[in-house]
Ligand binder design. Structure first.
Ligand code: M6R
Length: 618
């Protein structure tokens, strides 16, 4: 999750910009940069690593820009913290990016999906690129369209881009103007007297102003010291009222949410969009070209083994269903800390997938190393560039969830599941195990997941809070599910245990009568994942068994599935999607339920007792 700050006004701005970036540091980044217009040129400094490195690079570069001491300090500029998605973590790939003449500089958050084709076109026209990023396309596109009016050029460039992103542009010939545009990624303007800010999040300028203008999707905004003019994508003026932000700095870091966990729950649509967008470039294909695994290897691998811990293990379980069903490859699953001690049989034709959001979990790393020593190829599915898992693996599939601060994994889980869906589809495509039409159906459904995730959270949030109020004092919860519902039960129960400290168990519903049914009485809430699937009837008969013991049933069901609502005491509905994709929606109300139960009990959900975000000890 990158960060953007821009400033135009009458104050020296380089320190203001870096102070703004500091307020966005919590989002995570691996490099940073700042460009200002100073003494007739754009002065740009970028550095790999943290903002201290950027400050040092600026100092070495020569204080306020390496220009003559007598030059007036810069009063317009853009700055950025980058979380690498396209291109390695290098100074060249850090933002801002310039055009061929170094007159236009841009900073961008998000992903430009059609960057490869635009790059080719621009190169054919003679544009020269200096980075591997998708973002650099934007400065060259603006250059292509620039004819004296920066806003018009930005709008024309914006019209050619696909993906989800927000960017800010600055031109040497317009020393009092920044132009920004937004497609899905957030963008806000901070209004002050004779100066204005633009940023990806309010904390970047909260120390300077609390007057905020929100830029909406498909809008372009032109910012000068006098004000901000918003237009739609066709250039029609849009009027927008200012909001007065009342948050304190702590709340601002959390985007106005009371906790990081709640903020991260609400970032899930974005996390999944970042993970899938440019990997589903067409109607019926998956592009995993960034993952350096030979297509032939994927086509011929005889078996897949997934190793992971905790939440990542649950994402692996969902992935197993998808891969086996779609690509017909046998998939084994193991908890990483068990796998490494059972002398597993690895063969060169096995693909071993290590799933670890941090890329640093000791048991998962050890399992991956063991698999490699046994001759298998190892694919890491991780969220963190440069992590140990990326160095130990033969290939890496990045989830792009951004930094997760809450100890409880939420947005990293849904992006892992999304990554496994992509892998399952790619394997099916390569191995010819699914008709094109079915692949196309699934691609369309996966593309619609981000908006369905937002819809699910919006629709279930209050209901989950109400259910939590009624159950926060219960001493034990049982989670029951079948097939793809089972990993969601395991994950829902893990969320409840780790943040509310209430004992919970998750079981395959068919196993209930082999023991756990003895736990049930009228004081036991039973959470059932009963989304549409070929096993729904069986799940419903398990629900009847539970109710016959007087237990209180909380069900997660697919919208329109009245049969579930008839047998459950409370139902949390999620939007309809392909049944194999329902897990990514079904987990959302269960995260919310666990969250609200913990909050009802006054607990610190961001930092539960006894837990660390990354477990580096074996
Ligand atoms: O970084 P990893 O994905 O390897 O972490 C594995 C587990 O420690 C982690 O998923 C843990 O279970 C979650 N934080 C729980 O919410």
């Amino acid at each position: 999750m990158c960060g953007i700050v821009g400033y135009v006004g009458d104050r020296p701005c380089r320190d203001l910009l870096i102070a703004g970036l500091e307020k966005l540091e919590y989002r995570g980044y691996d490099s940073a940069g700042v460009s200002v217009i100073s003494d007739g040129e754009i002065d740009s400094v970028r550095a790999v690593g943290n903002l201290a490195n950027l400050r040092e690079a600026i100092a070495q570069h020569g204080g306020d820009g390496g220009v003559a001491v007598a030059a007036p300090p810069a009063t317009i500029g853009v700055a950025h913290t980058r979380w690498a998605t396209h291109g390695r973590v290098t100074e060249e790939n850090a933002h801002p990016h310039g055009d061929c003449e170094d007159k236009i500089h841009i900073v961008l958050n998000g992903i430009v999906e059609n960057h490869a084709e635009l790059r080719k076109e621009l190169q054919a026209e003679g544009h020269e690129f200096s980075s591997e990023t998708d973002a650099e396309i934007v400065s060259h596109l603006i250059e292509r369209h620039y004819d004296g009016d920066l806003t018009t050029a930005v709008r024309a460039a914006f019209a050619e881009l696909r993906g989800h992103y927000a960017f800010v542009a600055m031109h040497l010939d317009h020393r009092d103007t920044l132009v920004a545009a937004r497609k899905e990624c957030p963008l806000v303007v901070g209004r002050a007297g004779e100066e204005n800010f633009v940023a990806s999040a309010i904390p970047a300028f909260l120390a300077e102003t609390r007057r905020v203008l929100t830029v909406e999707n498909d809008e372009v905004v032109t910012i000068t010291p006098d004000g901000a003019e918003i237009t739609d994508a066709d250039g029609n003026p849009v009027s927008r009222d200012e909001d007065e932000v009342t948050w304190d700095e702590d709340a601002a870091e959390k985007g106005g949410y009371p906790t990081f966990m709640k903020k991260e729950i609400h970032e899930q649509a974005d996390a999944v969009a970042e993970t899938i967008t440019d990997r589903l470039p067409g109607l019926d294909s998956v592009d995993l070209s960034g993952v350096e695994l030979d297509d032939d290897y994927l086509r011929t691998a005889e078996r897949i083994m997934i190793v992971a811990c905790g939440t990542s293990y649950h994402a692996g379980l969902v992935g197993r269903y998808a891969i086996e069903q779609w690509a017909r490859v046998p998939v084994g699953m193991d908890i990483a800390s068990e796998y490494r001690y059972r002398e597993p049989v690895n063969r060169p034709n096995d693909l071993v997938i290590g799933i670890t959001q941090s890329g640093e979990t000791a048991d998962t790393l050890a399992a991956m190393r063991l698999a490699r020593e046994g001759g298998s190829k190892v694919l890491a599915v991780t969220n963190i560039m440069g992590s140990q898992a990326t160095r130990d693996a033969d290939a890496v599939l990045y989830t792009r969830a951004g930094l997760e601060i809450g100890v409880a994994a939420t947005k990293t889980f849904v992006s892992q599941v999304a990554a496994m869906y992509l892998l399952g589809l790619r394997l099916a495509e390569l191995r010819g195990t699914m008709p094109r039409e079915r692949i196309a159906e699934l691609v369309a459904e996966i593309k619609s997941l981000p908006s369905k995730i937002d819809e699910t959270i919006a629709k279930t949030d209050k209901r989950a809070a109400a259910i939590a109020r009624g159950h926060a004092d219960r001493r034990f919860f049982l989670y029951l599910g079948r097939h793809i519902g089972l990993p969601i039960c395991l994950e829902g129960a893990l969320k409840l245990k780790e943040i509310s400290y209430i004992p919970a168990d998750a079981y395959a519903a068919g196993e209930m009568k082999h023991g756990p049914i003895a736990l049930l009485d009228e004081d036991t809430p039973v959470v059932c994942v009963a989304t549409d699937s070929p096993v729904l009837d069986k799940v419903l008969s398990n629900v009847e068994e539970v109710r016959a013991r007087g237990a209180d049933v909380i069900a997660v069901a697919t919208e329109g599935s009245d049969r579930v609502a008839e047998v459950a005491d409370q139902t949390l509905f999620v939007p309809r999607t392909d049944w194999m994709l329902q897990p990514i929606l079904a987990i959302l109300p269960l995260q919310l339920l666990a969250y609200y139960i913990a909050r009802e009990n006054g607990l610190n959900v961001d930092q539960p007792r006894n837990l660390a975000k990354t477990v580096t000890v074996e």
